[in-house]
Unconditional design. Structure first.
Length: 127
């Protein structure tokens, strides 16, 4: 036999065994529905009691711990703002933690001008 024919037969056999093992594994562990393309998991529960109903009604802030390597500009902290309603995120890169207030003021000014709304509630996990 030629090498190509052997290679082709081997690949066909490998694909068949792989398919059989996958199907057997699904049936063994009770995933029959996934074989037929049906969803077996229920959606994740929404545990939040309250969510924002308009833009800038609730903004979350987080200061990420220092990066192992500073950026070219010497920035090592990331200040993240997330709009709870639209899930739009803004990232500010900081050299020092003391720059948080200054950057928050800039952020507030910019987003209020762009959206035409006023920031109502601000939740931070900055330590």
């Amino acid at each position: 036999m030629e090498v190509r024919a052997l290679k082709s037969q081997w690949l066909d056999l490998f694909k068949q065994k792989k398919k059989e093992n996958w199907l057997w594994g699904c049936l063994k562990y009770g995933y029959e529905a996934s074989v037929h393309g049906e969803e077996i998991r229920k959606p994740f529960p929404v545990d939040k009691d309250w969510r924002a109903t308009e833009c800038l009604e609730l903004i979350h802030a987080n200061l990420c711990r220092p990066l192992c390597i500073e950026s070219i500009g010497g920035r090592k902290y990331r200040l993240l703002f997330i709009n709870d309603f639209s899930h739009v995120s803004w990232v500010y890169f900081l050299e020092l933690k003391s720059e948080i207030l200054e950057n928050f003021k800039k952020f507030k000014l910019v987003v209020e001008k762009q959206s035409g709304n006023i920031l109502k509630l601000f939740v931070n996990s900055v330590k």
